[in-house]
Design a protein around this ligand. Structure first.
Ligand SMILES: [Zn+2]
Length: 59
């Protein structure tokens, strides 16, 4: 699962699309964050990954 994730420059939402589905701002690759066990954005990534799987009909 090497799909790169993008971060919205407007609202900070993570998305795989080049335009944020929430606020229509441009999304950019986030800076590689050092790994944190707290991983405050982990649930965003899981949401994105899950919705991607659903979109592909894998779930
Ligand atoms: Zn946004």
């Amino acid at each position: 699962m090497a799909k790169h994730i993008l971060k919205c420059t407007g609202c900070g939402h993570y998305s795989l699309k080049s335009i944020c589905p929430s606020c229509q701002s441009q999304t950019i690759p986030p800076k590689p964050a050092k790994y944190s066990p707290e991983d405050p954005y982990g649930h965003y990534r899981r949401q994105v990954k899950r919705s991607e799987l659903i979109a592909r009909g894998l779930l």
